[in-house]
Ligand binder design. Structure first.
Ligand SMILES: [Fe+2]
Length: 283
């Protein structure tokens, strides 16, 4: 029996599309993978509903979008499938959560502290609280397009320093092992990225990890980064994902930021499996 061509249903928010009618075990066949990867570039986020999968199945689905890569923080890796990490963001009774999850509450893009940041991130809902815990996404093409002409002129061709830690961060990171520190030196990226598939320009921001703009005095750099971040915080650029168990959500780190809202009930497990997809050097 020929399998159905998946339908791509655009969300009503600033980005995102839902993929319906897809047999997820067939996602990584050439035609379907090309369709999914193109939908990711155009919509910046795709939601693929279904039931919970094994780590092997999750990795295989992720291959539709590129090459999965192993995760930096060893303690998060799922035993037998190092490309799949377990992200626990359950809220504890004392009001805290896993430090990484707490840090994820502010807008960020995954991995910009690497020279070659992940192209995309796949999250798969394993256990989801009964309410709350939406993940919000920001369309960085529309943020760039919304900037005043003069501001776009000021940032054209500028580069910025990203680090795993910066005094500008609202939430500082958890301690890393010496090996993890050695693997995360500061890196420089363009402030304006051109999407390699669509050719669209987008702001490449990461408020908790972006330290300064190269060539500007600290105060001027801070003021400009604050101005750019303020635009990105406007709801008109956002889409909110309300999770169901089994959902797969893949987003394009080349042109989005995201944040989680920690408003879900204390003690209810919130567990995701994550796969990072190998990217290319930002240009
Ligand atoms: Fe993240």
């Amino acid at each position: 029996m020929p399998h159905l061509v998946p339908r791509i249903i655009r969300s009503s928010g600033a980005l995102g599309a839902r993929i319906e009618g897809l047999d997820r075990s067939q996602a990584n066949t050439p035609d379907t993978a090309a369709l999914l990867d193109q939908a990711l570039a155009e919509h910046l986020l795709v939601v693929i509903p279904g039931v919970p999968m094994t780590p092997d199945e999750t990795r295989d689905l992720a291959r539709a979008f590129g090459e999965p890569r192993v995760q930096l923080l060893r303690r998060k890796r799922v035993g037998t499938v190092p490309e799949v990490s377990t992200m626990v963001s359950t809220l504890m009774r004392d009001g805290t959560t896993d430090k990484t999850a707490y840090r994820a509450e502010d807008w960020h893009t995954d991995d910009s502290y690497f020279e070659i940041p992940a192209k995309a991130t796949l999250l798969h809902g394993i256990e989801i609280p009964s309410r709350g815990g939406a993940t919000w996404f920001c369309n960085m093409h529309s943020v760039y397009d919304a900037l005043p002409e003069a501001t776009r002129g000021r940032i054209e061709g500028k580069r910025a320093i990203h680090g795993y830690d910066t005094p500008r961060a609202r939430n500082r990171p958890a301690p890393r092992t010496p090996q993890e520190i050695a693997e995360t030196p500061d890196v420089e990226h363009p402030l304006v990225r051109t999407h390699p598939v669509t050719g669209r320009k987008g702001l490449y921001l990461n408020p908790n990890w972006l330290d300064r703009i190269v060539g500007l005095p600290r105060a001027e750099s801070d003021a400009l980064l604050d101005e750019l971040t303020d635009e990105a915080r406007k709801p008109r650029h956002h889409y909110g994902q309300v999770w169901s168990v089994g959902d797969v959500v893949v987003w394009d780190n080349r042109a989005t930021m995201h944040r989680v809202v920690n408003d879900y009930p204390v003690g209810e497990p919130r567990i995701m499996h994550r796969v990072l997809i190998q990217g290319e050097r930002p240009v």
